[in-house]
Ligand binder design. Structure first.
Ligand code: CTP
Ligand code: MG
Length: 237
């Protein structure tokens, strides 16, 4: 079986604050996207990486891929993304060549996922699970609320049992045909899906969770940049 990784990297990074698109911002001098690409290409099972670039960013992404050291055995493809993460992933799937039968979808915003986590996801798909998600137990208790205007107190509706909750990460791994079917049939409005496995769940296909990794956290807010650079510094020490 051949495995490809689709990296949605077309977001603006509004929560990170003003500046370049999030995926192009540096972490210890190297763009976040390059860290994410290396994390996928580090797996010997991944033969192709499809980067879904920001609007107007495809040329810059191509030159970044050309100017950073990447494994010879891996092929790279750059396309332009859409208005939502879901659309960007769909465009990435549309660009896959024949012969790929396992697809990973990995956020550029999770640049530090260890290769062992990537390999564990691929292994689980190879072993027959059509949809595999790395995830971790939660530290915080979670409340479901009735949303109100910003600043207004929000009534609590429920407190799900924390021990049964998992915070999901990427790369999420799929049987290619299953993920393509999900993206062709599941309609979502507004922001679209924040998670590919959720779309597969809506098909009624089983999704399983495998252990995620602390270092696969998503860079979302400014404090996450501080953590990511500290993790990189610790790796080099
Ligand atoms: N993404 C994408 N296309 C979009 C929106 C998001 O490819 N239209 C990608 C982002 O580049 C990121 C991943 O989806 O790698 C996860 O999204 P998120 O962390 O929300 O990134 P942004 O949407 O860029 O950030 P924000 O929501 O703060 O604007
Ligand atoms: Mg977003």
């Amino acid at each position: 079986s051949r495995t490809a990784a689709v990296i949605p990297a077309a977001g603006r990074g509004v929560r990170l604050g003003p500046g370049a698109p999030k995926a192009l911002r540096p972490l210890n001098g190297t763009p976040m996207l390059i860290h994410a690409v290396r994390a996928m290409a580090a797996s010997r099972a991944v033969s192709l990486v499809v980067v879904v670039a920001p609007p107007d960013g495809a040329a810059e992404v191509k030159s970044l891929l050309a100017s950073h050291a990447l494994p010879e055995r891996t092929d790279f493809l750059v396309i332009t993304g859409g208005d939502t993460r879901q659309e960007s992933v769909k465009l990435g799937l549309d660009a896959l060549p024949p012969g790929i039968d396992i697809v990973l979808v990995h956020d550029a915003a999770r640049p530090l996922v260890p290769v062992d986590t990537v390999d564990a996801v691929i292994e689980a798909v190879r072993a027959g699970d059509p949809a595999v998600v790395p995830a971790l137990p939660l530290a915080d208790t979670v409340k479901q609320v009735e949303p109100r205007e910003k600043g207004e107190p929000e009534p609590v509706v429920a407190t799900p049992e924390r021990a049964r909750l998992r915070a999901v990460q990427t790369p999420q791994g799929f049987d290619r045909a299953t993920l393509v079917r999900a993206h062709e049939t599941v309609a979502l409005s507004g922001e679209g899906a924040t998670d590919d496995a959720g779309m597969v769940e809506q098909l009624g296909v089983p999704v399983v969770v495998v252990p995620g990794h602390e270092e696969a956290f998503k860079v979302t807010r400014p404090l996450d940049l501080v953590l990511a650079e500290a993790v990189l510094a610790r790796r080099r020490a």
